[in-house]
Design a protein around this ligand. Structure first.
Ligand SMILES: [Zn+2]
Length: 103
């Protein structure tokens, strides 16, 4: 199977990814987005409110940015991440957003 966070192949019975340490078995979703839609998509996900973690990967699977979303982190604390997303969007043409939902 594949790790939901970093996308690497890992043993089927893993509880944690040996590469990136992500917990396996959380509720993850993936979205493929064009660079110009990246910031808007992340803002939309943050508004949905049940997001624990957002990971942005380039098409080669490299993690470009990880946003640990804690309750109350929407607003000022998230602004630097949105600025970083804007910088990423200028560098890539498309990317993958992996989202871990709260149970
Ligand atoms: Zn991993």
């Amino acid at each position: 199977m594949k790790c939901d966070r970093c996308g690497r192949e890992i043993p089927d019975d893993s509880n944690y990814c040996p590469y990136c340490g992500a917990r396996i078995g959380g509720r993850w979703e993936e979205f493929q987005v064009e660079a110009e839609g990246l910031v808007a998509k992340v803002k939309q996900l943050l508004r949905e409110g049940n997001v624990r973690r957002i990971v942005v990967r380039n098409p080669e699977g490299k993690i470009l940015l990880e946003i640990p979303v804690t309750i109350g982190a929407i607003g000022a604390l998230i602004a630097p991440y949105l600025a970083a997303l804007g910088a990423i969007a200028a560098l890539v043409s498309n990317c993958t957003i992996a989202v871990e939902r709260r149970e």
